[in-house]
Design a protein around this ligand. Structure first.
Ligand SMILES: [Zn+2]
Length: 136
């Protein structure tokens, strides 16, 4: 196996703030009033640390409900809802609405030509079967 066969993991650098203790710059560790006679000062540092992107994605997938709620709260993002197709299936006319979100897509199918309960699909294959008139 040569070097090109190895896939390099994609990393993202993120700030990781934490409190650090440093030697007092006033008395150089000899204890003074500034460092309250400890010889040290507590400071906030924020080094950037590399995190493999796969870990971030794993976190998002495992916490999808909280992540989605935060995205809506902080950025105002909501799932995209749009009509993708109006189709004639068997003897009826149906509107196919796609809902796209971070968690994936699903479809709501509404009958347009007469009153009927909406249908919900979470799999493309099931939707395709319905469109081909296999289910009713
Ligand atoms: Zn000091």
């Amino acid at each position: 196996m040569n070097k090109l066969d190895k896939k390099k993991a994609v990393t993202v650098t993120l700030p990781a703030p934490h409190k650090a203790r440093v030697s007092c710059p006033i008395c150089l560790g000899n204890k003074c009033n500034v460092c309250k006679m400890t010889g040290e000062l507590a400071i906030e540092v924020a080094p950037k640390i590399p995190i493999q992107r796969a870990h971030i994605i794993k976190y998002v997938v495992e916490n999808i409900h909280e992540v989605a709620r935060e995205i809506t709260r902080k950025y105002g993002l909501t799932p995209e809802v749009n009509t993708v197709e109006v189709a004639e299936i068997n003897d009826g006319q149906f509107e196919i609405v796609q809902i796209s979100s971070l968690g994936g897509v699903c479809w709501v199918v509404n009958r347009l030509d007469e009153l009927d309960t909406p249908r919900y699909f979470t799999s493309r294959q099931e939707l395709d079967k319905f469109k081909q008139g296999w289910m009713n």
